[in-house]
Design a protein around this ligand. Structure first.
Ligand SMILES: *[C@@H]1O[C@H](CO)[C@@H](O)[C@H](O)[C@H]1NC(C)=O
Ligand SMILES: *[C@@H]1O[C@H](CO)[C@@H](O)[C@H](O)[C@H]1NC(C)=O
Ligand SMILES: *[C@@H]1O[C@H](CO)[C@@H](O)[C@H](O)[C@H]1NC(C)=O
Length: 377
């Protein structure tokens, strides 16, 4: 009787198994269809392969591909090899090009200020792609910068020496990962040296100060008709205890390779430029002598003569070298803008902010000036 009682339940078990099989079959079919669909998509049978034009929107390729940066004008026609960022500065994050036909693909386009015509007629005529950012490159202080009406609201990023620039151009010191030894003093032939660039006016603040200083101390002069940049001779600078690093124009944050040159070779720069505190934004306060630390050139000359005979005092200018290193910058003429353009490359890889420079010419005055009218999110 017990069997009879269980009998009616048997068809129920079979029914359940059938239902389960049905479900599995249906799922299997759906999975097969799904895989077939995916495969056909990947094969490009159903959806067309992305064309070059919309490749930009493919997030996978966007990460894998280096951003393209177009140099619209070579600054001062100083062309360098497009591989030089990697070769000289170990910057390899972007692809640089000067081929204007790639304009629509460029993530950033660099415009050298001096080359822009007043009527903007030599800027791109094609509509700017939404993702593209225009970079305004100008390494001159405002006093040397021609005003271009209509250039406001045109650029997205500024590339210059100012601390508040989107992309700052500067020969930075690097931290020593391992604490260095206090360096031994390099052998020196001269006490004070000076390089006069061809573009420096005889009545400029720096050159006038040099002439005054020369009345009180012997100064070894290098160079001649060439620009300071072309004249940078590291061996010559290295042979001096002090090197006059006088900026052509005095402007906040305008501290050029004239400071980096001596620091890179183990010579103490005597600086004339923005105030001491502004230099200390970038290099240690005991790495240089500032002319403003002295009431006049004769008292600076006395100081330099005294330190020349006092190795302990001179060696204090080398203590910072345990913590930081300075590096020689490339000095061939065509590399004058290498650092700037490579810095843009480096920046492009790291940063994707949206911004517009509203007032290109609204710049702060000398020391302590405010922001430069840059807005962004
Ligand atoms: C230097 O001289 C030029 C012309 O000789 C003059 O225009 C300029 O204002 C002078 N600059 C200074 C700082 O005296
Ligand atoms: C320079 O400054 C020192 C110290 O203040 C002073 O004694 C000297 O007379 C000044 N020299 C000149 C030429 O003004
Ligand atoms: C760049 O600036 C232009 C002009 O002001 C603006 O129209 C554009 O949206 C900005 N683009 C980006 C990516 O920030």
């Amino acid at each position: 009787m017990a069997l009879k009682e269980t009998n009616p339940s048997k068809p129920t078990v079979t029914g359940c198994l059938q239902l389960l099989c049905g479900v599995i079959f249906t799922l299997g079919t759906l999975l097969t269809l799904y895989i077939t669909f995916i495969k056909s998509t990947l094969n490009g049978n159903c959806i067309p392969l992305p064309s070059d034009a919309n490749r930009h929107y493919n997030p996978v390729q966007k990460v894998a591909k280096k951003p393209l940066i177009l140099i619209w004008f070579w600054p001062e026609d100083l062309k360098f090899d497009l591989d030089d960022c990697k070769k000289h500065l170990n910057i390899d994050g972007c692809r640089l090009t000067d081929d204007r036909s790639l304009y629509l693909k460029a993530k950033e386009v660099i415009f050298f200020h001096d080359a822009i015509k007043d009527d903007l007629s030599n800027l791109p005529r094609l509509r700017r792609p939404a993702f593209q950012r225009w970079i305004w490159l100008n390494l001159q202080p405002p006093a040397n910068t021609r005003r271009i009406e209509g250039a406001d609201n045109l650029f997205n990023l500024s590339l210059n020496f100012r601390k508040d620039a989107d992309i700052q151009v500067r020969w930075d010191l690097t931290y020593n990962k391992i604490l260095g030894k206090a360096p031994s003093l390099p052998k020196k032939e001269h006490v004070v040296c000076y390089i006069k660039g061809d573009k420096v006016a005889d009545n400029s603040t720096g050159h006038s100060y040099y002439k005054e200083l020369a009345k009180h101390i012997d100064i070894k002069v290098f160079g001649g008709s060439l620009s300071w940049f072309q004249n940078t001779n590291f061996d010559a600078i290295c042979s001096c205890k002090f090197q006059l690093a006088f900026e052509d124009l005095i402007y906040r944050d305008y501290i050029t390779e004239k400071l980096n040159g001596p620091l890179a070779v183990g010579t103490v720069p005597v600086v004339l430029g923005p105030p001491r505190l502004n230099y200390e934004d970038f290099v240690p306060g005991d790495s240089f002598v500032h002319v403003n630390d002295f009431p006049n050139a004769s008292s600076l000359a006395d100081f330099l003569k005294r330190v020349d005979t006092d190795d302990t005092a001179y060696s204090r200018y080398f203590l910072w070298r345990q913590y930081f290193s300075a590096h020689r910058h490339p000095v061939t003429d065509n590399h004058k803008y290498l650092k700037a353009i490579c810095s843009a490359c480096d920046f492009s890889v790291r940063n994707r902010d949206y911004r517009v420079i509203r007032h290109l010419h609204k710049c702060p005055g000398t020391a302590g000036g405010g922001g430069g009218g840059i807005s962004g999110t």
